[in-house]
Design a protein around this ligand. Structure first.
Ligand code: FAD
Length: 384
């Protein structure tokens, strides 16, 4: 008989996982404590090329593609310094580096796909109160007295994961002492498909290309400075932003600013008994490189690649240790890369500033190294 699973969390990663497991023939129950999908939260998600391929396997990319904006190039630079790196998709592929898509559209396309799948049942609101496991089953108890039972459980309940806490997963966590301000802007100069990552002394500012004269903003700043920026009126905010980032001309806000405190974490082992942690529940990274959802989707791809019969029977140890082995290297290296980037560029030593400029210049002048980094940014295999 086909296996069954409970997924806790109907965010974008939880829904993608539900579709992946249903495609393998599993009966999937997705629960979420929120009574409905959240309203638009201002985030625009940069999807690496590799993620588009996973979403295509889940039959979601086909509907999303028409609303996605291609990223042809990424330009990384730092304030008041020579030296930048210019990654161009055409150096390694005929495809764009990736695409930008408003979170709202991504989430609703995944929800529509899950709703179309007869093997998926969505139960919301469902507030879990306890989770127990034996050798063959998991049982999830809810605040309303209901109990759900299945062969497997997946904690996909985001950064402040209840599953992670409840089952006592060992977790490393830290604070960046930064706040990410997101918004959508129009500008008087075109972006020409370029995503800009500009490192200021106080934190990185990213402009991600949408329509030819509009971009999504992610600006990471220390909390006090972020409060000041959030308190400015729209005109004052745009003027200041255009001063620190003058490359797109005059700026105007086209969607309100929102702010997110930035912190990081990862679990040392993402599986226990018959329960797996997936997405932000297992790892939360700084948005500097726009990789959090991409990383979660690669967790999902691991399950999609497994033979369906591996989920049947009581061989949980083999599956959980394979998941841990295969996913931890990607999780740790992506966490270290984003963490290192934030720390490297927020250090104000003059020597380090100079070395950063030299380093960026070197990467730019060594085509094979640049190709490797470009493929990495696109979420593609480093071979070929
Ligand atoms: C400013 C910013 C910009 C970003 N930009 C990018 C980007 O460009 N590219 C990229 O790849 N990533 C980006 N990310 C990261 C990305 O947004 C996350 O990695 C992604 O949303 C994680 O999805 P998730 O489904 O794991 O978690 P979530 O989206 O947090 O979903 C968790 C779900 O679980 C539910 N839930 C929570 N607790 C419980 C509970 N106790 N019981 C039941 N249900 C529960 C919630 O209601 C929610 O529906 C960005 C993040 C930020 C903050």
């Amino acid at each position: 008989m086909a296996a069954s699973s409970i997924i806790i969390g109907a965010g974008p990663v939880g829904l993608a996982l539900a579709v992946a497991l249903a495609k393998q023939g599993q009966a999937v129950t997705v629960v979420d404590r929120a009574p409905a999908c959240p309203p638009h939260d201002g985030r625009t998600i940069a999807l690496a090329q590799g993620s588009c391929k996973i979403l295509a396997q889940l039959d979601v990319w086909q509907t999303l593609q028409k609303s996605a904006h291609p990223i042809q190039e990424i330009l990384v630079s730092q304030e008041k310094r020579q030296g930048n790196v210019h990654y161009r998709s055409q150096d390694v592929s005929t495809d764009p580096m990736g695409y930008l898509i408003p979170m709202e559209l991504l989430h609703s396309a995944l929800m529509a796909r899950a709703n179309d799948e007869a093997r998926i049942t969505l139960v919301r609101p469902f507030v879990p109160t306890s989770l127990s496991m034996d050798q063959d089953h998991v049982r999830l108890h809810g605040e309303d007295g209901k109990t759900l039972e299945a062969d497997w459980c997946f904690g996909v309940d985001g950064r402040a994961s209840w599953v992670r806490e409840h089952l006592g997963f060992q977790t490393r966590s830290w604070d960046y002492d930064q706040v990410g301000i997101v918004a959508t802007l129009t500008h008087t100069r075109p972006h020409n498909g370029v995503a800009y990552e500009h490192f200021l002394a106080s934190g990185p500012v990213a402009f991600l290309p949408l329509t030819p004269f509009s971009s999504a903003l992610v600006w990471s700043q220390p909390p006090g400075h972020a409060d000041y920026l959030m308190g400015l009126d729209e005109g004052g905010f745009c003027e200041l932003l255009a001063h620190v980032f003058p490359f797109l001309g005059e700026l105007t806000l086209s969607a309100p600013r929102r702010s997110y405190p930035l912190a990081g974490h990862f679990v040392t082992t993402p599986a226990k008994g018959r329960t797996f942690l997936v997405g932000d529940a297992a790892h939360g990274i700084h948005p500097v490189a726009g990789q959090g959802f991409n990383l979660g989707l690669r967790d999902v791809a691991w399950f999609l690649d497994q033979e369906p019969h591996l989920f049947e029977g009581s061989h949980s140890a083999a599956l959980t240790s394979a998941y841990t082995q295969r996913r931890m290297s990607d999780i740790v290296s992506m966490t270290a890369m984003t963490h290192g980037l934030v720390k490297l560029f927020s250090n104000e030593s003059r020597t380090l500033r100079h070395l950063r400029g030299v380093g960026l210049g070197i990467v730019n002048r060594i085509p094979p190294l640049k190709k490797v980094l470009t493929r990495h940014a696109m979420g593609l295999s480093l071979k070929g």
